[in-house]
Each structure stands twice: as C-alpha cells, then as structure tokens.
Ligand binder design. Structure first.
Ligand code: SF4
Length: 385
C-alpha cells in the first residue's frame, strides 16, 4: 500500500462519498470540486449523527472489554500499529495513493492469520444497504486481503461483507473517477425528496428555476421529465400549454389522470392558482394529516412500511410526528407503534371521522379497516373536539 502522511486527500475517493454518490451524482461532484462550508444539518440528522456516535462508542467499549485497543492518529501510525500486530486499532487511517483511495474504518481488528479486518459500527439494521456495502468494500480494498469486513449493526447483529460487494464497489469507484475528471457539474434533475435535504439546494435550485425544469413539479418524476424533453416538452411553460392528448406516454407519466395533473401542476407553478382535482366533502373538526411511505424493493419483495407520518395541530414543522422502522423485519412493530399513536390521538383529539382524500391501489387495507373502513392509504383523519 503506497502511503503518504501529509498529502491533501480532498480529491481522493472516500467511502463516505458513497452516500452522496448514491443520492445524486452532482452532490458527489460538488463535494469534490466546490464543497459547501455553510451547511447546518437539521435536528433529525443531528440526532442520527449523535446516535451513530453513541453506537460507535458502545462498540468501542465492547472491544475494549475483550482486547487492548490502540487509537490511531495518522496514516503512518496506523501502519506502525498494524506492523506491531496490535489486536484492535481504533479510527485507523488507510490510503492508497496510486488508486486515489482513502478510508477511515472505525476499527481494524487483527485476524488470527495476522491480517486485519475492517469493521464499522452502523445504526442500520441491515448490511444490505448499498452505501454500507461500498464503504466496507473500500476498506477491504485498502487492506488488500481476502478477509470479509465486519459491520456492527444497530440491532446488535454482526454481519460480514466479502467479495459479493466487489461489483458495487467497482461501479462506485469507476463512477467517482469519471466525476472527478468532469470539469463541469453533471446535469441532473431536481428531486423533491433529495434536494430539500441537500446542502447544495441553494446552489442548484436557481438553475432549475431559470430553466423551468419540469422535475421541479412535485409528482413529475425526473425520468418522466427526461422523456418529455425528448418529446419536445422541456419547460414548465411548455407543459402548461400542452394538452393531455399531445403528451406521449412516457415512463412515470402515463394515462389521462396523471397527464392532466401534471399540466395543472405546471399551470399552478406559473400562476400560483390552486386547482382542485377531486371534490372532497371534508368533515368539520380538527384534522390530523396522515401519510405512510413504503419500500417495495425489499429483498423478499414484501412491502416494508418504513414511515408512518402524522401532522397534528398546529401543523407546523415541529408538529410532525412519526413512526419509523429500518427494515421489513420490523414492519409489524411499526404497525403496532402506529396503532399506539392512533390511540394517543384518539384521546388527545377525540377522532370522530376519517375522510379519504386520494384513492390509489390499496396495499394498506388493514390500515383503512382500522381507521375508516376505506380503501386508501392517504387519509385526513378529522378529529372532533
Ligand atoms: S440540490 Fe439536488 S441536484 Fe443539487 S446536488 Fe443536491 S441533490 Fe443534487
């Protein structure tokens, strides 16, 4: 392993780049070329960070109870500690100058063969997350041995990641190298879920707005925007002036209703006018807004409801309440926690009715049977005082 102790590692590929790269390649590019210095993480991300540090500290204590642990303070010292064969190195620093890789595994644990295994403490309940696989896979590459990497997961399990993660690591390294060589930030589409929590939102959004990028419309997928562009509808103004009949079927934007909604959203974006798609008879009373999010791409292909969200009076950001689970094995626990919340709200707000606002294919009839005997997963629960 070629080591240098004092060379700037800004342009090196780091395992921590994987999270940005997976979220948005422009974010990964900006991190390398124009890193922001003014971003304040929100309370939720601070909480996650604190919990992550707590988990790492707990793993450190566990290892300290079993082995002598030495803390590394530099690349060279990490090498020295490895040559000395210390049982556990905390916060080791690894670099491969030729490959342009650098990594800081939480732990390097000496195997009986005398080689070292990288280990990270992760709050996640699953080792099958792409970012985790890439991060641990890079550490393996930096160590250049065949031993699997160790993940200390948030549920107390210890998982091993071996050669099976190599393809995703290769894809990441190739993608990052291409980004490092790119003189201009890559073209991407706006994503409401990703951009709103991104440190570069203030940098990117004016560009999307200036171009009237269709992906700014909530509900129009970036891929649909791509295909609309190929069909000659590149701006929000052009979409607003389109008719349902003139819009071709494209991925994520098929059928009369979706196209009509996209046209009205475009028009609303430009004029500020609110269009009501469906008439809804809303009950009197105090409302609790309710939504759930799920992931159909679980390994078992069972839908995992990971978020049960509630917006309760007085409907500010601070009034958002939720139940969250990390993987499908906790789906049922999430469901029970959701029912508990409903009972709390029944007491607090005397829920009297449930009105369905939007109907979509019901994967959640159990919820609706509980709440309102309805068929939809998007509800407004009206609570009567
Ligand atoms: S604001 Fe959006 S487009 Fe810009 S870097 Fe972040 S995620 Fe990517």
């Amino acid at each position: 392993m070629a080591m240098v102790a004092n060379k700037s590692t800004q342009s090196f590929i780091k395992p921590s780049d994987a999270t940005a790269w997976i979220a948005c390649i422009r974010r990964a590019w900006l991190d390398k070329h124009q890193p922001t210095t003014v971003f304040e993480p929100d309370a939720f991300n601070l909480l996650l960070s604190d919990l992550g540090l707590e988990h790492e500290a707990a793993m450190l204590t566990r290892l300290e109870n079993q082995y002598p642990v030495s803390k590394a303070v530099s690349f060279d010292q990490t090498q020295t500690l490895m040559q000395q064969g210390v049982p556990v190195i905390y916060q080791g620093r690894l670099m491969d100058e030729q490959e342009g890789l650098v990594g800081y595994p939480d732990f390097l644990i000496r195997h009986e063969s005398g080689q070292y295994q990288p280990a990270d403490a992760k709050l996640s309940l699953s080792e099958n997350k792409k970012a985790i696989q890439i991060q641990l896979g890079i550490y393996r590459r930096l160590l250049r041995n065949e031993l699997p990497a160790i993940v200390f997961l948030g549920d107390g399990r210890t998982a091993l990641l071996g050669d099976e993660v190599n393809p995703v690591v290769d894809e990441f390294i190739t993608g990052m190298r291409a980004l490092l060589d790119l003189p201009q930030q890559p073209k991407v589409r706006y994503s409401h879920s990703k951009c709103r929590i991104c440190p570069y939102e203030a940098h990117c959004r004016p560009g999307f707005e200036a171009k009237e990028d269709i992906s700014l419309l909530y509900g129009v997928h970036g891929k649909a925007a791509e295909h609309l562009g190929e069909a000659g509808i590149s701006t929000i103004s052009q979409l607003a002036m389109s008719t349902v009949e003139s819009i071709p079927d494209v991925p994520y934007l098929k059928g009369y209703k979706r196209k009509q909604r996209a046209i009205l959203q475009a028009s609303s974006f430009l004029s500020g006018k609110v269009y009501q798609l469906n008439k809804a008879a809303l009950p009197e009373g105090t409302w609790i807004h309710f939504d759930i999010e799920d992931n159909p791409l679980t390994p078992a292909r069972e839908r995992h409801v990971y978020l049960w969200g509630f917006l309760v009076p007085a409907y500010g950001r601070e009034n958002f309440d939720y139940v969250w689970t990390n993987d499908e094995t906790l789906d049922y626990e999430g469901w029970l926690a959701f029912l508990q919340k409903i009972e709390e709200y029944r007491t607090l707000f005397s829920i009297g009715a449930c009105t369905l606002l939007e109907s979509r294919k019901s994967h959640y009839q159990k919820i609706c049977r509980t709440l309102c005997n309805g068929k939809s997963c998007h509800c407004i629960m009206a609570a009567r005082r």
